[in-house]
Design a protein around this ligand. Structure first.
Ligand SMILES: Nc1ncnc2c1ncn2[C@@H]1O[C@H](COP(=O)(O)OP(=O)(O)OP(=O)(O)O)[C@@H](O)[C@H]1O
Ligand SMILES: [Mg+2]
Length: 316
């Protein structure tokens, strides 16, 4: 949680899972299963803002079946900041899309504020109103101004012009884009465009913000700045945040818990608690405790990569 944290509390790092694999029997889809016991990331039901229970996702296409996720149990607390990391293809985006209600899990249950997100194939759209989404690509409409892009979700929800303008201006200030309300996306830098995308996702006051590698395309310095911005915005809006990132350092810097997924099929390999209070200054990244966590997580990632390489890749 974002408040009342004490600094320098030792982390409860990493339940390390034994290496090992198990091959699926002939009558099951062809993939190699990572037999390491998954880590259970559930939190007490009363604390969970979003919960995944026993979630798996099997993609079926014409020529293959891919078990992208399996055995996922994860609870995310109100106002918690959770980062999802893991190697490419391990199921991070899949998990975020499941959290966002964009895809239905093959097995298991998703609840938002204790309400099931799915009833058979029907999605509870009320639960979705709590969610704001930001993807790697800012996905702005090039012919709309910053203000119009930010206010688009409000337009779709039927808000009047004055209300849209007021909210867009407020959000421009929040994300540091004052003076750019009338600019077009092409007149902005990459970091500014991502800020517009974040502002847009905040326009309807989501309680939960889901971000899929929003800063992946930015240079290191802009990324540091955006991390500070995101931390500040998360604090100011009291939103619950789930961030997918390839950067372990970014994950440890921002998150209350870092969830590391193992390679396909994605399972929770470890959960790292980061107890330093928010807002965190960039120089916490130089502290020993911070660096130890980053090193431990990188080690786990490397082990996972080696395991996949030893197996000669995963047959799907
Ligand atoms: N729509 C789809 N249809 C079939 N397979 C899919 C689909 N989306 C993802 N997959 C497969 O599921 C696995 C997980 O994909 P996912 O996009 O969730 O990974 P990721 O961790 O987000 O990777 P990256 O870090 O590269 O973005 C991959 O093997 C991918 O090929
Ligand atoms: Mg992805």
């Amino acid at each position: 949680m974002r408040s009342d944290r004490t600094a320098d509390t030792p982390s409860s790092v990493a339940v390390r899972s034994p290496a090992g694999t198990e091959t699926a029997p002939d009558d099951e889809p062809r993939y190699t299963r990572n037999a390491a016991a998954p880590v259970n990331g559930a939190v007490p039901e009363s604390e969970a803002e979003i919960a995944l229970r026993g979630v798996s996702k099997l993609y079926r296409t014409r020529d293959r079946e891919t078990l992208a996720l399996t055995d996922i149990d994860l609870g995310i607390r109100r106002q918690e900041f959770v980062a999802l990391v893991g190697q490419s293809g391990c199921g991070k985006t899949t998990m975020l899309r499941i959290l966002a209600g964009l895809i239905k899990p093959t097995t298991g249950e998703v609840t938002v504020a204790r309400r099931p997100l799915w009833d058979g194939d029907r999605r509870d759209d009320d639960a979705l109103r709590k969610l704001g989404l930001v993807f790697q690509d800012a996905n702005l409409f090039p012919w709309y101004t910053v203000e119009e892009n930010i206010a688009l979700p409000l337009l779709l929800r039927g808000a009047g012009k004055a209300e849209r303008r007021r909210r867009a201006n407020e959000l421009c200030e929040l994300v540091g884009l004052e003076g750019f309300t009338k600019a077009l996306p092409r007149e902005l830098s990459g970091g500014m465009r991502q800020r517009v995308a974040i502002a847009r996702s905040l326009s309807y006051d989501p309680e939960i913000l889901l971000l899929d590698e929003p800063f992946g395309a930015l240079d290191a310095m802009t990324r540091d700045k955006m991390n500070m911005e995101l931390q500040r915005i998360a604090g100011a809006t009291h939103a619950t945040v789930v961030l997918v990132t390839h950067s372990i350092a970014e994950a440890v810097f921002l998150a209350d818990r870092v969830v590391l997924l193992s390679a396909r099929p994605g399972r929770i390999r470890s959960i790292t608690e980061v107890d330093a209070p928010h807002p965190r200054a960039l120089d916490v990244t130089a502290q020993t405790g911070f660096q130890e966590k980053v090193i431990a997580l990188r080690g786990q990632l490397a082990e996972d990569e080696e395991r996949v390489a030893r197996e000669g890749g995963v047959s799907e």
